[in-house]
Design a binder for this molecule. Sequence first.
Ligand code: CP
Ligand code: NVA
Length: 303
Amino acid sequence: MKHLLSLFDITPEQTAEIIELSAQLKSEWKQHTLKQNLSGRVLLQIYEKPSLRTRVSFESAMIHLGGSGLFMTEKEAGLHGRESLEDIARVTSRFADVIVLRTFSQKTIDDFAAVSSCPVINGLSDDSHPCQALTDLLTLQEATGGLKGKTMVYLGDGNNVAKSLAICCADLGVNFVLSAPEGYQIESSFYDRIRKRIPKASLTTEPDPIKAVRQADALYADVWASMGQEAETEKRKKIFAPYQINAKLLAAAPKDVKFMHCLPAKRGLEVTDEVMDGKQSIVFDQAENRMHIARGVFAWLLT
Ligand code: CP
Ligand code: NVA
């Protein structure tokens, strides 16, 4: 049985396959020819953290395919203490056909999947956000007409989103540049792990944001303080201020550069309104693509 727990758990070919499948289902959806081939199937989502896009995109995707969605917070599911995580996985996977988990610890998702009798999807953990990265590469492909040799420059914290994006870029021949302050960069052992699967992966770090954006096809931002790091917000505001994507930074990049953000955005911090709402911004196409990737992931796991 297949799961989608981390991009490290699937092959680069499978990464490309999911994106291709999603693009095909997106075009069917646009032409109103999508087949409801998941009729009667049940999606269960259990979340430890808030969500707008992930929760709604997965549920909408399942409904469009003829199935239904159920949602529980970790408190309702009793994830921490009412019974063991493994027993919850054994029980819920007998009811559901596919389960999406959003957690703090990646281990919670991995342990759940180890005993689940249905496919499990990572809907974000502190370590990774694979469905977001797949979405980002589909969006870049649509916006620039191809992926190989393109350059994605991520400015900000080397977090869950940045790490999954780095793997996905490497898998698809996109140069990945991280521009982050010291102490917030992606560890070199993580890049070594990517190079084990893609020896020619182009993964670089350029702490100077002005230099980093010069060759970019897309600039990417995420929040400076992720869910669970709220107490560090004020400290991080000062540290990350030079990495704000604003008109000045955009002017240092090629003139047709795209702006991307996984959302939710903190306008006025990692990105200004003028960039977020400007003509180079593709953030809402990116948000819509979460749903198309959700369908591609369902198709890949369930059909
Ligand atoms: N991008 C993303 O995962 O958004 P949500 O946190 O709203 O699901
Ligand atoms: N890095 C952010 C992503 C939100 C989609 C977080 O983990 O909160």
